[in-house]
Design a protein around this ligand. Structure first.
Ligand code: ADP
Ligand code: ZN
Ligand code: ZN
Length: 752
């Protein structure tokens, strides 16, 4: 009798053994259907085939084999296992994260489509449009929806021969507040019509055209050569190049070289930086040898890419976000992790809480490939590895065309507030500089790392602040939606008109979110066209792309945004960047606050003056004397690194120590409280003083689940295998206790 150890898509540790019925051909990496529990059927992946009969239970047979050939390679399975071990998450969770759902579902997949809206052919001219607008004069709702369409598609400023921008139905509904019924009426009048587009279809156009690759500048060529040198000695090379130094151009040359050597390339970007702008830049050169793997693409497309990568004719270059590291590769020679410092490379929820940079390095090691990590602001970890010669280090200190890095002027808003000279969130200097930029026909970016209208409202009489019923946080006011929102669970509440504690009606908003900034910018600069880029305005991929294209085409003059605007965007005409309030980042209660604040400020600053004249950054803060502010001003990463490194070493933090957070969650606070204490003392038996806590995290309740957190600080070089063994042992001992039957225990290894 033969048996197969299977990976099931369930959050349980370990593999599950099933019997292979006589005559069934089962190989590692194939999908099989198996019964599980009383009446469930799961699609499982074969991890191992053997003839060791499991003892002590009745082995069930595999019901059906789904594949003739494996759809997961043995190397992929090894990587899954590594992720499962290192990040302490069940391998079933890795399987769920890795495989596109079309390959997981029992019935296969349907391509996902999105509904778009356009003018019917007979209304595609100015005369007909005027007639339409006249006719709709008596139907105000339809008129509103119709004009909203014209605006979104830019029909209102159409020049000859230019195609209108495509508008999705959802976008139009959001933008115009129109109802589905109103749109139907416009369709009935045969003014608008709908059409379906498969989501995320790639245009597989074009051949590989190496002749389009730009020549490298002297500085870039030197860096390129240094990378090749470094690759001979090191698996991983860190390319530390200032913003707009042309790192992307260097990657393109590295990719070209890999293709000449018949090697595959994986090019990872943070999700948010995977813009049409970026895709086109690569597609233009690499044409149909480039595949793009994006979580926002249709499942059909992702299944297609997965299968193509297994075929005899795979894409040579894969450009993708985090999960692309989980694709099959046959001949991988080079992995590029662009913006390697980006925290979105780490998956937060659900498990596996893996870091794509670490997984990429493992993948490269497995396949004998080289890794280039690129960034203007390295993570402490990567820079430490470079400084200790674990990684190679290549520095590129000048911008392309030797354009100077922006000048950064610090504005002391504490002083200005004291002298009553602030205009809301704006200092006089900022307003002057933005006005001057607009007069010169240039653009400005205003950065405020809080979305919504105001981070909280407060009763002026008694100090009452509305809080979420399900989470331990105060609520954010969203004025356009006219509601209070919890940014942790998404629950929304009515905006109160009076204080439930004292009855006062004097409720004031506190602080500034991007929505309020936008409102005030519109007041101060009524002639400017203003856009806002944050989670609320970019719910659809389309909306996100539109904000970027409008801004880079100069259709908008001022862009307000959260950290989203700092992500590798390449605009030509931005001459002024305003950082409205550095303090919220600096005061964040986390050991990485300064590291992240520096990155964020250096990256947004990097959007200024990329072409032509030197840019200007106005940095508003109440803590102008903090060393980190001066480090941002001088763009002095080395000094930031030195000061942080000393601190991290002294207090046992990364990169000198490994952190593992142990989280416990339960609906009852007293249960999770005793569980935390008990888990803590269990772990102390083995790990002693390396265990801290339990503590309440800064948000101690989310979605009605109370949370406790233990911190493990582990010296580099400690035997992680044993650490994991003890952690899982403690976990199983805890969960065997009836009191903790519904307790959740999970881990975050190398938390960010
Ligand atoms: P980074 O990735 O370092 O921020 P980019 O690669 O985006 O920088 O380069 C910044 C800008 O300069 C881009 O618009 C890019 O097209 C241009 N650029 C950089 N290097 C070259 C080159 N060698 N030839 C032509 N244009 C270049
Ligand atoms: Zn009150
Ligand atoms: Zn909540």
């Amino acid at each position: 009798m033969h048996y197969a150890d299977l990976i099931l898509p369930v959050p349980l540790q370990g593999l599950f053994t099933y019997a292979i019925p006589e005559g069934m051909s089962v190989r590692v990496g194939m999908r099989v259907l198996v019964p599980f529990g009383r009446n469930k059927t799961y699609m499982a992946i074969v991890a191992k085939v053997h003839d060791v009969k499991p003892e002590g239970y009745q082995v069930k047979p595999i019901a059906q084999v789904m594949d003739e050939e494996p759809i997961v390679t043995e190397r992929q399975l090894q990587l899954w296992q590594w992720i499962s071990d290192y990040y302490l998450s069940p391998i079933g969770d890795v399987y769920k994260a890795a495989l596109p759902s079309g390959l997981k579902a029992e019935e296969g997949y349907k391509p996902k489509t999105e509904t778009y809206i356009r003018l019917t052919a007979q209304y595609c001219n100015v005369t007909a449009l005027h007639i339409a607008l006249n006719v709709l004069g008596r139907a105000p709702k339809q008129l509103e929806a119709f004009t909203a369409y014209l605006e979104l598609s830019h029909w209102d400023e159409m020049e000859d021969g230019v195609k209108p921008v495509e508008v999705t139905r959802e976008e139009l509904l959001n933008a115009s507040h129109a109802s589905a019924e109103t749109l139907k009426q416009l369709e009935k009048r045969q003014m608008l019509e709908t059409y379906e587009v498969e989501v995320g279809r790639l245009n597989h156009s074009g051949e590989y055209r190496p002749e389009l690759i730009q020549l490298l500048s002297e500085a870039q060529q030197t860096a390129y050569n240094a990378i090749l040198m470094s690759m001979m000695k090191h698996r991983v090379t860190l390319l530390h190049g200032v913003t707009s130094s042309g790192k992307t151009e260097i990657y393109i040359h590295l990719i070209k070289r890999a293709l000449e050597r018949k090697e595959q390339v994986l090019y990872l970007l943070p999700e948010i930086a995977l813009t049409v702008q970026m895709m086109q830049r690569l597609q233009r050169v690499f044409g149909n040898r480039l595949g793009i793997y994006h979580s926002k693409y249709s499942d059909a497309e992702r299944v297609e890419i997965w299968q193509k990568q297994l075929s005899k004719n795979p894409y040579d270059v894969i450009l993708g976000a985090r999960s692309a590291v989980l694709l099959p590769f046959q001949q991988l020679g080079l992995v590029i992790v662009d913006e390697e410092h980006e925290t979105s490379y780490k998956q937060q929820d659900p498990a596996p809480r893996y870091h794509a940079r670490s997984a990429a390095i493992m993948l490269a090691q497995q396949q004998g490939a080289k890794v280039v990590l690129g960034t203007a602001t390295p993570s402490m970890e990567s820079y430490h590895n470079a400084k200790t010669s674990k990684y190679g280090l290549v520095e590129l200190t000048e911008r392309y065309k030797s354009i100077e890095l922006p000048e950064i002027q610090v504005v002391d808003i504490a002083d200005l507030q004291h002298r009553k000279m602030m205009a809301g969130p704006f200092s006089p200097l900022l307003l002057t500089k933005v006005r001057e930029a607009l007069e010169r026909g240039e653009q400005a970016i205003l950065f405020q790392n809080r979305r919504g209208f105001a981070p909280m409202i407060e009763c002026r009489q008694c100090g009452w602040v509305p809080r979420c019923q399900h989470c331990d946080v105060s609520l954010t006011l969203h004025r356009q939606l006219n509601q209070l929102t919890c940014h942790y669970c998404g629950y929304t509440y009515r905006v109160p008109t009076e204080c439930p504690c004292c009855g006062s009606t004097d409720l004031r908003t506190k602080g500034y979110g991007t929505e309020k900034i936008e409102e005030q910018v519109r007041e101060v600069f009524p002639e400017a066209r203003v856009a806002r880029m944050d989670l609320d305005t970019t719910r659809t991929r389309n909306a996100y792309e539109r904000i970027i294209t409008d801004f880079s085409a100069g259709r908008t003059n001022i862009m307000i945004g959260t950290q989203m605007i700092s992500k590798g965007l390449d605009f030509d005409k931005v001459s002024v960047v305003g950082i409205l309030n550095a303090d919220t980042m600096l005061n964040y209660p986390d050991f990485r606050a300064y590291e992240h604040a520096f990155m964020m400020m250096a990256q947004v600053s990097g959007r200024a003056g990329r072409k032509g004249r030197r840019g200007l950054v106005i940095l508003q803060t109440k803590q102008k004397d903090l060393p980190v502010i001066q480090q941002v001003v001088r763009n002095d990463y080395t000094s930031l690194y030195k000061s942080l490194a000393a601190e991290r070493q002294a207090f046992h933090y990364p990169p000198y120590y490994h952190l593992v957070y142990v989280f416990m969650k339960h609906s009852h606070d007293d249960v999770v409280n005793t569980a935390g204490i008990e888990m803590g003392s269990r772990l102390r038996q083995w790990f002693g003083g390396r265990v801290l806590g339990p503590d309440k995290p800064s948000v101690a309740k989310v979605k009605s689940q109370n949370i406790r957190k233990l911190v493990l600080k582990l010296e580099n070089g400690i035997d992680m295998k044993r650490v994991r063994k003890y952690l899982l042992l403690a976990q199983s001992q805890m969960l065997a206790d009836k009191r903790y039957a519904s307790l959740q225990i999970y881990y975050d290894a190398d938390p960010l």
